[in-house]
Design a protein around this ligand. Structure first.
Ligand code: IPM
Ligand code: MG
Length: 359
């Protein structure tokens, strides 16, 4: 079996961390006799510079022909002044939408070695292991009508549409229930059903799905409360499922519980398990080019890719074990550095994980 993998390094630190992730994947392939055919694509700022648009047809076609995509990060100040529709982030939204990657898995898990790096007290976060399932191709991000217009009173107004169709709620619900089933069998659906009709329907559909997954306990929570509970007592959660915008916000919050956003991978899956894998962090233009970015989120994204798109669960375990052992050795990039540890660069961290795979 030869897997077709599209590499999209993107912008900023994306290129640095994607290079380390690829080295790790190459080593895993070598150790296990796996075969991969790589292709390379442009997205975001890199694509704008080369082709004038944030997602070019060529990258889109490559993406559709791949089993999985590994993405670094997109965006940066260089492209901030462009028209809204030509900004790097649009490339990301377009590729998610074009491939129908509706199910975004964002685990927030604390490596015990990094408990000190969290801004929360040790006992609040130690052992933390939660999964946010975010709907990724609908909701207010994609709803129409949208825009900025001049109203009858001659004043400018900006508007967006928060819309969820029943089938969109149902498919993300199924995805989340299935994830919960493989974990602690507790699913909390996050909405704002006390105010927004779109989420009244969301709650109804989630509730009706529950009878098909009777082994999973379903609860509901308003998003404002969920934000509070995530910092008060995050370990009460197992799997959370929510819409596009709430998921965007809550996943950043959950990420920070773990001490560094530089540690967290994500998967965006379609209904057949084809996926795009990317670190939760962005392109970090402030530290790009310095060789200090943390490549572990990208490396752990390769583990998620192995697990969900390649069905090579053993490879995923190997990578995650190697990362944990490297942390045991005290190696830290700047973002997760604490006193007494050994500070390493992006490429030193990547090389350490590659070496550790052999042990
Ligand atoms: C994310 C990011 C994106 C989003 C941006 C860059 C468009 O914040 O993946 O969470 O809002 O989805
Ligand atoms: Mg975000």
């Amino acid at each position: 079996m030869t897997y077709k993998i599209l590499l999209i390094p993107g912008d900023g630190i994306g290129t640095e961390i994607a290079a380390e992730a690829q080295k790790v994947l190459d080593r895993v392939l070598k150790l296990n006799g796996g075969q991969v055919e790589y292709s390379y694509g442009l997205l975001g700022g890199a694509s704008i510079d080369e082709t004038g648009v944030p997602l070019h047809e060529e990258t889109r076609a490559l993406a559709h022909g791949s089993d999985a995509i590994l993405l670094g990060a997109v965006g940066g100040p260089k492209w901030d002044k462009l028209d809204h529709n030509l900004k790097p982030e649009q490339g990301l939204l377009q590729i998610r939408s074009s491939l129908e990657l509706f199910s975004n898995l964002r685990p927030a898990m604390l490596f015990p070695q990094l408990a000190q790096a969290s801004s929360l007290k040790n006992d609040v976060v130690s052992g933390l292991d939660i999964l946010i399932v975010r709907e990724l191709t609908g909701g207010i991000y994609f709803g129409h009508p949208r825009g900025i217009r001049i109203n009858d009173a001659g004043e400018r107004e900006g508007f967006n549409t928060y819309i969820y169709r029943e089938h969109e709620i149902e498919r993300i619900g199924r995805s989340a229930f299935a994830m919960a089933r493989k974990r602690d069998k507790r699913l909390c659906s996050i909405d704002k059903a006390n105010v927004l009709e779109a989420t009244v329907l969301w709650r109804e559909v989630m509730t009706s799905l529950a009878s098909e997954y009777s082994d999973v306990e379903l609860t509901h929570m308003y998003v404002d409360n969920a934000a509070m509970q995530l910092v008060r007592d995050p370990k009460q959660f197992d799997v959370l499922v929510t819409g596009n915008m709430f998921g965007d916000i809550l996943s950043d919050c959950a990420a920070m519980l773990t001490g560094s956003i530089g540690m967290l991978p994500s998967a965006s899956l379609d209904k057949n398990g084809r996926g795009m894998y990317e670190p939760v962090h962005g392109s970090a233009p402030d530290i790009a080019g310095q060789g200090i970015a943390n490549p572990l989120a990208a490396i752990l994204s390769v583990a998620m890719m192995s697990r969900y798109s390649l069905n090579e669960v053993a490879w995923a375990d190997q990578i995650e074990r190697a990362v944990s052992k490297v942390l045991d050795q005290g190696l830290r990039t700047e973002d997760i550095y604490t006193d007494g540890m050994t500070k390493v660069s992006t490429s030193e961290m990547g090389a350490a994980v590659v070496d550790m795979l052999d042990h």
